[in-house]
Ligand binder design. Structure first.
Ligand SMILES: *[C@@H]1O[C@H](CO)[C@@H](O)[C@H](O)[C@H]1NC(C)=O
Ligand SMILES: *[C@@H]1O[C@H](CO)[C@@H](O)[C@H](O)[C@H]1NC(C)=O
Ligand SMILES: *[C@@H]1O[C@H](CO)[C@@H](O)[C@H](O)[C@H]1NC(C)=O
Ligand SMILES: *[C@@H]1O[C@H](CO)[C@@H](O)[C@H](O)[C@H]1NC(C)=O
Ligand SMILES: *[C@@H]1O[C@H](CO)[C@@H](O)[C@H](O)[C@H]1NC(C)=O
Ligand SMILES: *[C@@H]1O[C@H](CO)[C@@H](O)[C@H](O)[C@H]1NC(C)=O
Length: 399
């Protein structure tokens, strides 16, 4: 879900980094997360990933090696971060379309399903907590209002701990989050989209010298049979997960991670279908597997896949035809990035029935320029580096 806020173009100070002595990358395991709707469609089963995380003791000389990953069959991705001291672990969606970070608060009503179904942060149980109290509010229109207040506390991710991170304690959470596997959202967008002018956590990690480079990257594993969901690497990129080198594109607006796309081409063998033919904006969204495109585009593209039916707001396609589906060519600065059907088609297993889903979801973004919101369906094929310092995004073939 994109953070719905007015775009403020505040001066950014992250590029003027404090001298950094530590030189390390942090690799955070990402667990694939079922979307709200698919969870609802399924009998509840839980994996003991949280316990696993808590049992894995830090090694004495930590490197950027990955910790064990778990796979959830579906569309969103999350990892573990801890707030307070002693650390209270939360499942967080690492979302490049958010500036803020929030977790459910212990002050959230137990009668509210999004709160009783999730872990809640309790400031009373933390010795490093400082109150702030500023009201935090994001209005999602018909979806509801996310409301709470700011708090400051210690923060731990992977094996790094930083002091005085400001985040929102949510006391009113839209119902749509109720069935979400993750407890909260950790924003990896620019500070300009951060509500209340809160410093995004990634900026704080940089300021406190916890990571060397103002870069983070995502590796999404699309092996349907694997237990691994991918990695978020803070401070660099994991060479073992990509081939060749990165091709970089300038971020056109420091709010969302937005770049320009020339067009997309699909060669069906019989004809070549072009979309976004006179260019469009692309927002990279690490919180979802889907690709959100204008309504008319979604219809045209989904028709290419012999769409059979709608299923919980997604377009179902025949699984047996996946090998026959054409590759998608995303063209950035006249360079072709080709995504294969076994990567972009999502396979969801519900009670022994496999549903194959098109990545394309209709969504008319309210913007003067045509805008696509591209998620894991693309980034699973292309390891994606988000370079805050050089104001660019890089793609390299994932492996
Ligand atoms: C954290 O913030 C509090 C309150 O503003 C301040 O007293 C404390 O020194 C800060 N700690 C660090 C390590 O910056
Ligand atoms: C609360 O946090 C905001 C955002 O970081 C900051 O601007 C404000 O000064 C803080 N207020 C207090 C009372 O600490
Ligand atoms: C850790 O980072 C270094 C430097 O970027 C890189 O060469 C190395 O491959 C990374 N380690 C792993 C396990 O990917
Ligand atoms: C586009 O499609 C979405 C989802 O089907 C729908 O909610 C929305 O109203 C449509 N917008 C327009 C302008 O038709
Ligand atoms: C689209 O954005 C404009 C300008 O921000 C706003 O005035 C308008 O109400 C928005 N339309 C919708 C349907 O949200
Ligand atoms: C990456 O490179 C290795 C060695 O050159 C090759 O075997 C492998 O197929 C490549 N992977 C991809 C995804 O292209």
């Amino acid at each position: 879900m994109l953070q719905n806020s007015k775009m403020k173009f505040l001066p950014l100070y992250v590029t003027i980094l404090v001298p950094v002595t530590l030189c390390q990358l942090i690799s955070i395991p990402l667990h694939r997360m079922k979307s709200t709707r698919q969870l609802m469609a399924e009998v509840g089963t839980d994996l003991s990933d949280l316990e696993y995380f808590l049992k894995s003791k830090p090694k004495p000389h930590r490197t950027n090696d990955s910790v064990a990953l778990f796979k959830y069959m579906d569309s969103e991705f999350y990892g573990i971060a801890q707030f307070g001291h002693p650390g209270q672990p939360f499942k967080m969606v690492f979302d490049t379309t958010w500036g803020n970070t929030w977790v459910p608060s212990s002050k959230c009503s137990w009668l509210s399903p999004p709160c009783f179904l999730h872990k809640k942060y309790n400031s009373k149980a933390s010795s490093t907590y400082y109150p702030n109290g500023t009201t935090f509010k994001i209005d999602f229109g018909s979806t509801g209002i996310l409301k709470g207040f700011l708090s400051t506390d210690e923060f731990n991710i992977a094996h790094t701990t930083v002091k005085n991170i400001t985040f929102a304690e949510a006391v009113n959470i839209p119902m749509t989050f109720a069935m979400s596997k993750a407890d909260g959202v950790l924003g990896l967008g620019f500070s300009s989209i951060s509500v209340d002018g809160v410093t995004p956590i990634f900026y704080s990690l940089l300021q406190q010298g916890a990571i060397a480079q103002p870069v983070f990257s995502f590796y999404f594993n699309r092996d349907h049979t694997s237990e691994r969901g991918g990695n978020l690497i803070l401070g660099g990129s994991e060479a073992k997960h990509y081939n060749g080198s990165f091709t970089y594109f300038t971020v056109t607006e420091r709010g969302y991670w937005k770049i320009k796309m020339d067009r997309m081409e699909v060669d069906t063998g019989k004809k070549t279908v072009g979309e976004c033919v006179s260019g469009c904006d692309v927002i990279l969204d690490t919180s979802t597997i889907t690709i959100r495109v204008p309504n008319k585009t979604a219809k045209k593209l989904n028709d290419l896949f012999d769409a059979t039916s709608e299923w919980l707001g997604r377009t179902r396609v025949p699984c047996n035809l996946i090998p026959k589906f054409p590759p998608l060519s995303f063209v950035f600065a006249e360079k072709y990035f080709i995504v294969e059907s076994h990567v972009y088609i999502q396979k969801v297993n519900v009670l022994g029935v496999t549903f194959c889903l098109s990545p394309f979801v209709a969504w008319d973004f309210n913007s003067t320029r045509e805008t696509w919101v591209i998620g894991g369906a693309f980034m699973s094929q292309y390891y994606t580096e988000f370079d805050l310092g050089k104001n660019r995004v890089g793609f390299a073939l994932a492996r």
